[in-house]
Design a protein around this ligand. Sequence first.
Ligand SMILES: O=C(O)CCC(=O)C(=O)O
Length: 262
Amino acid sequence: MLDDRQYRHFQTFGFVALRQLFTPDEVETLRGEFEKGLDLAYQHRPFDGSERHWAKQMGPETPFYANLLEDERFWSITAQLYGNDALAVGTDANRYVGDTRWHPDHRIDPHEDCYGVKFAFYLDPVDADTGALRLVPGSHKRPLHDDVRAYVEGQELEQIPDYVCVSEPGDVFAFDMRCWHASFGGAEGRRMSTCVYYKNPEGPEEEAAARKRAESSRNTPAQYKHQANQLFDTEWLANRHNHPLRQQWITRLTELGFVDAA
Ligand SMILES: O=C(O)CCC(=O)C(=O)O
């Protein structure tokens, strides 16, 4: 869980650094599984640096990744931030290409969109010159969130004052997905993964916003030309060992339309 300082840092600035959350052995496991999982997902188009490779939740061939959403280190922080009814909505693996423009992942108004936390980790060292994640501290809240939106249009990437998330393998950055973020100067094939959790939407307006988000999330695999339109691995959804927390998530994800009813 976050200590008091970390919690206040997250609430105030919209992010917190979790240094060496993964052990060196776990980093080695993640690296091995990352290569295996992405190679499997892109057997027909091996990585050549010309386009980003993105894989949704990876399956039983990559067991550490396959069970990452349930990792207590992520879940305890999520539950601390949003309560025990928060839900896991996805995990991925990316080989990034080029710069990432300034954007928030989610809209600021909870009646228009979900909100939640993204745990992002890079499998190689990244800094200001090599494509580290950059965040505008405090931009998960109004009025700064809207002010940045108005300012960012037409500006060069470098012209936004930011916090550079310098990161060593094993470090994880947790950020509120309404925070404006970007990266630039990274090497082709920058290896990065995320685990994402949302606050459980409450009331008809938040639920409607979540359904809208579910619809657009389900298009993501198609955007990357993957055949299955499911964000989750089939085995994870089958939940053969009846993991209670996973079942709680699957039930809610199904209600909201993030996954198909069985
Ligand atoms: O690493 C990057 O280039 C940006 C990551 C990002 O935009 C995201 O995870 O939403």
